[in-house]
Design a protein around this ligand. Structure first.
Ligand code: UDP
Length: 564
């Protein structure tokens, strides 16, 4: 069946159920954004023209909202607790619905069981009836629940699951045996999924799929209006919970900021002013989302104190014409040195509060400075007050961008069909790639045949040999490209090293998430034995990694030029 774009979201609001504070928040958001979604769908429909889109039957099981997993978020919606996850789930539901797919939403174990066809009262029967869904979107909590209650069919159908996973899961942590042997075991588990089945909130490592969320987009009139109405001396602090004001040394930089600007906060409080928030700060208390947006429209500066990490609010601020000022982390925060990241299945090093804002947006919208350096901080404040910026929203965070991306994933990502055999080393009948004319990297040979339906299309492959100690994520970015893990199989051969003129004395095949790689001292080349361990993330000074990179669309890093 062909999927048809939908322009009326009222049925979706019914599907979302009711009762919980979190669902009320999500539904309000969906209602408010309806016009934007509908407009975006019209634009995407025009762009795609006559492209066929399969209609899928989709189950969305939001595990963290179930009582069975403790639902710690719902009671905190009105108290300054994290809202980023709810923003994202609301947007995922809206996108799937607007794209025209068949949708079921569950937020309790009972609903999950009845949708999976598990008879009530039967904890985990070996369910073997056919699964009525082509795709299941869930989170780590939901994954656990499905494993417990789907019995045997969990194994059979796990390739249909997508896990919404804010911070991402790197391949080394996902592979059970490897994680266990090499100290990558975490509380989040080692599910042996295809790493692309994990979907993140920001484009972290391309080992996972980037899901994202949306921010409201302004039209030209609104943009002009906002630019005219800015109070150049008004700052809003990022953070709804009083605890973020406990930061050490904050007196110093808050004092400096207060010399130049009027400081506003939206910190939750019960009856009296939170003692952590200094008296000179105008605290509005936690605001409903539309009122928070209004505050951002007036403000010149949105300032982060270092926590929370990587939420939606800075993107909203920038979209509403604010400049975002944040602290640089030196040394970077990671699971090795920071409580928040400890036990998360990623080795990522975070160099500022909001790496996406720093790396994908940057100046003039985003300023990343050392808050311990008073001169640097003060100079930034002064410069910001006289810097004019236009409201800005990266395409991938618009409704159209999110629809485009999810459309591409749904039509092209397939983790159920076993991949066709990749060309294997010396035995490949015809090597698919050649050394580029400047002898720096490998390119897909013009006359090599393409596997029909392979996605992303392999002719966007550019393979680079990393310098020692550099990860493939960074190596590709160094060349204006993005790492594409699905291309690893094409490089995992002696032939690839040969073509790159790497002098291998010997070649071995082992399980290691850094392979394929070249180890300089022994002139040894290593191939990857376990496809699940192909990883863009990860580095070691011992190795020069062989990295599969590809191009990407401007403002849509998840998709290559030929990906739609
Ligand atoms: N927000 C809100 N009221 C406020 C401050 C923020 O509704 O007073 C919303 C904001 O619009 C954003 C969401 O809270 O969409 C999550 O923001 P944040 O970046 O703080 O991420 P979190 O840590 O909550 O996941």
């Amino acid at each position: 069946v062909q999927a048809v774009f939908r322009s009326n979201l009222s049925h979706l609001l019914d599907l979302m159920g009711s009762g919980k504070e979190s669902l009320i928040f999500m539904k309000k958001r969906t209602k408010r954004l309806t016009a934007q979604w509908v407009l975006a769908a019209q634009r995407l429909a025009q762009k795609l023209g006559a492209t066929w889109r399969d209609q899928k039957q989709i189950l969305v099981h939001i595990g963290f909202l179930t009582e069975e997993s403790g639902d710690v978020f719902s009671p905190r919606v009105l108290k300054g607790g994290p809202l980023g996850e709810m923003v994202q789930w609301a947007d995922i539901l809206a996108a799937l619905y607007v794209l025209g797919h068949g949708l079921r939403v569950t937020v309790s174990l009972k609903e999950l069981q009845s949708n999976l066809g598990v008879p009530p009262g039967r904890g985990s029967c070996p369910l073997t009836i056919p699964l009525p869904f082509d795709l299941i979107y869930t989170d780590y909590h939901g994954l656990q629940q499905m494993k417990q209650h789907m019995g045997l069919s969990f194994k059979k159908y796990r390739c249909r699951i997508r896990v919404i996973d804010t911070f991402g899961t790197e391949p080394a942590y996902n592979h059970e045996e490897y994680a266990t042997l090499h100290g990558y075991r975490t509380n989040w588990g080692y599910w042996n999924l295809n790493p692309k089945q994990f979907m993140t909130m920001f484009p972290h490592t391309p080992d996972n799929s980037f899901m994202g969320f949306v921010s409201e987009e302004l039209n030209e009139t609104e943009k002009q209006l906002i630019k005219g109405g800015k109070a150049s001396n008004m700052a809003v602090v990022y953070g709804k919970e009083a605890s973020i004001w406990k930061l050490q040394g904050k007196e110093k930089f808050l004092g400096i900021l207060n010399k130049y600007m009027e400081i506003h906060g939206t910190v939750y409080y019960e009856s009296q002013r939170p003692p952590e928030v200094p008296a000179f700060v105008k605290n509005h208390g936690l605001l409903p989302q539309p009122e928070f947006q209004q505050l951002l429209r007036k403000a010149k500066l949105f300032i982060g104190f270092g926590f929370p990490y990587e939420g939606p609010a800075p993107l909203e601020a920038i979209a509403n014409g604010c400049i975002f000022l944040q602290s640089r982390f030196s040394p970077p925060h990671s699971s090795l040195n920071h409580e928040f990241f400890r036990g998360k299945p990623t080795s990522r090093e975070v160099f500022s509060q909001h790496p996406y804002a720093e790396n994908f947006i940057g100046k003039p919208h985003v300023w990343t400075v050392d808050y311990n350096n008073s001169e640097e901080f003060e100079a930034a404040i002064k410069a910001i007050m006289t810097t004019q910026v236009d409201p800005y929203l990266p395409y991938e965070y618009t409704c159209e961008g999110m629809l485009e991306r999810i459309h591409a994933y749904i039509q092209h990502q397939d983790f159920c069909t076993a991949p066709g055999p990749a060309p294997q080393g010396a035995h490949a009948p015809q090597s698919p790639f050649v050394l580029a004319p400047n002898a720096t990297h490998l390119e897909w040979a013009q006359n090599a045949s393409l596997t029909p339906g392979a996605w992303p299309p392999v002719n966007s492959l550019r393979a680079w040999l990393a310098v020692p100690g550099r990860a493939c994520t960074d190596t590709c970015l160094d060349h204006g490209l993005i790492c594409e893990p699905s291309f690893f199989p094409f490089l995992n051969s002696q032939d690839a090293f040969l073509k790159l003129q790497v002098p291998c004395d010997s070649t071995e095949s082992e399980m290691n998430h850094l392979y394929p790689a070249f180890a300089q001292p022994g002139q040894e080349c290593y191939l990857q034995k376990e496809p699940l361990l192909f990883s863009c993330a990860g580095s070691n000074t011992k190795y020069r990694r062989l990295c599969p990179c590809r191009d990407f669309r401007k403002g849509q890093v998840a998709l290559c030029q030929g990906c739609l």
